[in-house]
Design a protein around this ligand. Structure first.
Ligand code: SF4
Ligand code: SF4
Ligand code: FES
Length: 262
């Protein structure tokens, strides 16, 4: 039988319990969070620290609780966030077993102790901050900007309302990577498979009526790995906190490939 062994420093150890609720604390007032901690400056394995959050002193979202912990209990806890309203994509992490945005996830939507990990299958820089370097390099590779050959119009590139509507469900992507890091194909082949987030971005430009390099864009994706590692498992669509459908975007690219080959 095949045996798998985890690299030594990938095992998550039991961490510190920081601030247990006071004796006689009101029932339901304190909420338990178990948070992944990793410090690259030590040789220690990652650990899971336990914090208790006073819900009467804290906003309702998981991001509120993490910031409460950082401000009140442990300033070393490291995470990314910016907009705190689901538009910047920087607070994506794995909460209670699901990739999502900490700022739009209500703590009441998780039961019991809330486990908080960085996005899965990415190298971790520190605590809840994954290294997105490869993800952004893949985004750059699809050249996500308008490419034209016609002379630039004096005022603006026109687009009909109907053509503009074809970008609905694509332009809203905030590049949080919740979908790509939930995709088994991306876990195993992320070095060469572009993954659902980047392919949805590619489709956004392929579908744009103003773009004049559709053929080149499809040529770039015509590859056994970049596009065709999608096996329609649909984890991506389930994971998207913006309600987008990357699997459908990938199918649409595959359909265009077929149509141009006919
Ligand atoms: S549908 Fe494709 S992109 Fe989405 S999770 Fe499945 S394999 Fe990954
Ligand atoms: S498609 Fe959804 S989950 Fe994927 S990067 Fe865009 S917003 Fe995030
Ligand atoms: S902080 Fe911007 S999406 Fe959560």
């Amino acid at each position: 039988m095949v045996q798998f062994t985890l690299p030594k420093n990938s095992k998550v150890k039991k961490g510190k319990a920081w601030n247990p609720p006071p004796d006689g604390a009101e029932k339901g007032r304190w909420r338990e969070y178990r948070v992944y901690r990793y410090d690259p400056d030590t040789s220690e394995n990652p650990r899971l620290d336990t914090y208790w959050v006073d819900m009467t002193d804290c906003g309702p979202m998981v991001l509120d609780a993490l910031l409460w912990i950082k401000n009140r209990i442990d300033a070393t806890l490291t995470l990314r966030r910016s907009c705190r309203e689901g538009v910047c994509g920087s607070c994506s992490m794995n909460i209670a077993g699901t990739n999502t945005l900490a700022c739009t996830m209500h703590a009441d939507d998780a039961r019991g102790a809330i486990a908080v990990y960085p996005l899965p299958h990415l190298p971790v820089i520190k605590d809840l901050v994954p290294d997105m370097t490869h993800f952004y390099a893949q985004l750059r590779a699809i050249e996500p900007w308008l490419k034209t050959d016609s002379p630039t119009p004096a005022k603006e590139w026109h687009q009909s309302h109907e053509d503009r509507q074809k970008l609905d469900g694509l332009y809203e992507c905030i590049l949080c990577a919740c979908c790509s890091t939930a995709c088994p194909s991306y876990w195993w082949n992320g070095d060469r498979y572009l993954g659902p987030a980047i392919l949805l971005q590619a489709e956004r430009w392929i579908e744009d009526s103003r773009d004049e390099r559709t053929g080149d864009r499809l040529d770039e994706l015509e590859d056994p790995f970049r596009l065709y590692r999608c096996h329609t498992i649909l984890n991506c669509t389930k994971a998207c906190p913006k309600g987008l459908n990357p699997a459908a975007a990938i199918s649409s690219i595959k359909r265009k490939m077929l149509e141009r080959g006919e």
